[in-house]
Design a binder for this molecule. Structure first.
Ligand code: MSP
Length: 510
């Protein structure tokens, strides 16, 4: 119960990190930071998916040997992590030896458990999706009548000897597992989709290829390389020490919470738990499927030339502004549309006007009028108690929501507290109390500062760099805060000098 293992999908190295990758990684970072605040032992994994036909083709196109190509490209993803403000515990590359050992051990286990057999595959394959399709899943291209995958990717007819995994044997167990664990896939609509897909009937799946080389060798048959998805999914086990299932790390962290895009839910919610159960391992604790970002209404794609580079957005708007926008703007789980106008509007409304303004006016008032220190006399009136109780309720809701990966709803709770605090300050008007009742003024200032502190604590997983600055401003030792003591009123507040606004307004017409 006291550990939390969170993973991003591992990213294909043939691409550069874009907003979609940044989104998943930051989501995991938010959940990892939040769980650390809850006092949990957290393990946060990300990495790169370096095998398969798609990567092999991309390396040929850039005239590099596959290994040189993946060494070069994975570095982009490694560098991106701190630049997104993320703190990970491990970065896995599927070309590492530790991973080859784990993937081959998983294969052997499945083989020994009589879950794998050799046969022939004949059917449609999309290199771009690295996925097999049945004919009724395909769409006819209107222009030339060719079949294309549901994602729009071209497909080719593949006919080769292949190993198969007995997925069909797992249909009943999967239905049973999901019926007994209705929260193991989120959001609910995705859960329903997965369950009805499983109920519609599962066929055995091809799990090896013979027509290219760039993959992990199948044990005892080097003519075959493993299908990239069985190799890739295994990364979640490798990182915590598989095949050593008895290690402390493995026992402590498995099963994991996987955050994935909706496009790769089937691999994670159907194939992966079946592989795991077939290898005598528990299925994932939770799979959360998030939506996709479009760019000003258009699907993001290399061919349209509208890929959003996170570095461009960060340098124009700021790192925390980018992180905040991604999770405040769109319900986590739904699709979202990216535009510079919406970032500016979000940042201005919430961070500059609501939060930033509150900090600015309370801190500069204390600085100017109270010599930076406010003594709290604890003579609370009804308005004070209502706001304090409201904050306790918001903190509780926030925790429940984030434990369910409802990031946008959790942020809403924080902003309800901030809005209530702004209304409270307007009503109590400390600038007037200054002339008539200094004690009361001190109470109001302490409560307003306290609400800033509580909101800032909740905002920390989302915008950690800015929140550290705010804690600094309030002279609060963040490392000592937790979800219990955050609700205790301190008896003295020291506010250090405020210089520049922490969240400057963004001029949309720039
Ligand atoms: N390599 C596989 C995952 C293997 S995990 C065992 C893969 N890689 S990917 O690089 O193509 O995609 C990684 C993640 O990025 C997916 O979760 C995908 O949904 C996400 N996104 C890619 N483009 C996206 C958007 N435009 N918007 C949001 N997320 C998107 O699939």
């Amino acid at each position: 119960m006291n550990s939390f293992y969170i993973t991003t999908p591992i990213y294909y190295v043939n691409d550069r990190g874009h907003v979609g990758h940044a989104y998943t990684t930051i989501a995991c970072d938010i959940l990892a930071r939040f769980n650390k605040l809850q006092g949990k032992n957290v393990f946060f994994l990300t990495g790169t998916d370096e095998h398969g036909q798609k990567v092999e083709k991309a390396s040929k196109d850039s005239n590099l040997k596959p290994q040189d190509f993946v060494d070069k490209m994975s570095q982009n993803f490694i560098n991106l992590i701190p630049d997104l403000g993320c703190e990970i515990d491990d970065f896995i590359r599927t070309t590492e030896d530790r991973h080859k050992i784990a993937a081959q051990a998983l294969w052997k286990k499945l083989y020994n458990n009589n879950q794998i057999y050799l046969s022939n595959y004949e059917g449609w394959y999309s290199i771009r999706d690295e996925a097999f399709f049945t004919e009724n899943e395909l769409i006819k291209n209107k222009e030339n009548g060719d079949f294309i995958a549901p994602t729009g990717a071209p497909v080719e007819w593949v006919k080769e000897e292949s190993y198969f995994f007995k997925l069909s044997e797992w249909q009943d167990q999967l239905i049973l597992f999901y019926t007994n664990n209705p929260d193991s896939i989120k959001p609910k609509t995705r859960y329903n989709e997965v369950l009805s897909f499983i109920k519609s009937g599962l066929k055995d799946i091809s799990i090896s290829r013979t027509t290219f080389q760039w993959g992990i060798d199948v044990p005892n048959n080097e003519k075959h390389v493993m299908y990239v998805w069985i190799d890739a999914l295994c990364n979640y086990l490798t990182s915590i020490g598989y095949p050593n299932e008895n290690s402390d790390k493995f026992k402590k962290f498995w099963p994991a919470t996987h955050i994935v895009g909706k496009d790769i839910l089937r691999f994670h919610a159907v194939y992966w738990p079946a592989f795991l159960m077939a290898a005598d391992l528990p299925p994932p604790k939770r799979i959360f499927a998030h939506g996709w970002w479009t760019n000003e209404g258009e699907k993001i794609s290399k061919s349209l030339g509208n890929v959003i580079n996170p570095y461009d957005i960060i340098s124009e708007f700021g790192l925390d502004q980018f992180r905040f926008f991604l999770f405040r703007e769109v319900p986590f789980g739904s699709d979202g549309d990216f535009s510079k106008n919406s970032i500016a509007n979000r940042v201005n409304a919430d961070l500059s006007n609501n939060f930033g303004n509150l900090i600015q006016r309370i801190c500069s008032f204390i600085n100017k009028n109270c010599n930076q220190v406010v003594e709290n006399k604890f003579n609370l009136n009804k308005d004070d108690s209502i706001l304090i109780n409201f904050s306790i309720e918001k903190i509780k809701n926030y925790q429940i929501l984030l434990n369910d990966q409802e990031i946008d709803k959790a942020i809403k709770e924080i902003f309800e507290l901030l809005s209530a605090t702004n209304i409270y300050v307007d009503k109590q008007a400390p600038w007037q109390l200054k002339k008539i009742n200094i004690d009361r003024m001190n109470v109001v200032l302490s409560i307003a500062t306290e609400m800033i502190k509580r909101s800032n604590f909740m905002l920390y997983p989302i915008i950690p760099t800015s929140c550290k600055k705010v804690f600094n401003l309030l002279n609060v030792n963040f490392n000592k805060l937790n979800f219990v003591n955050i609700c205790i009123l301190p008896d003295k507040l020291v506010v250090i000098n405020i210089s520049e606004p922490i969240f400057p307004r963004i001029d949309i017409n720039d």
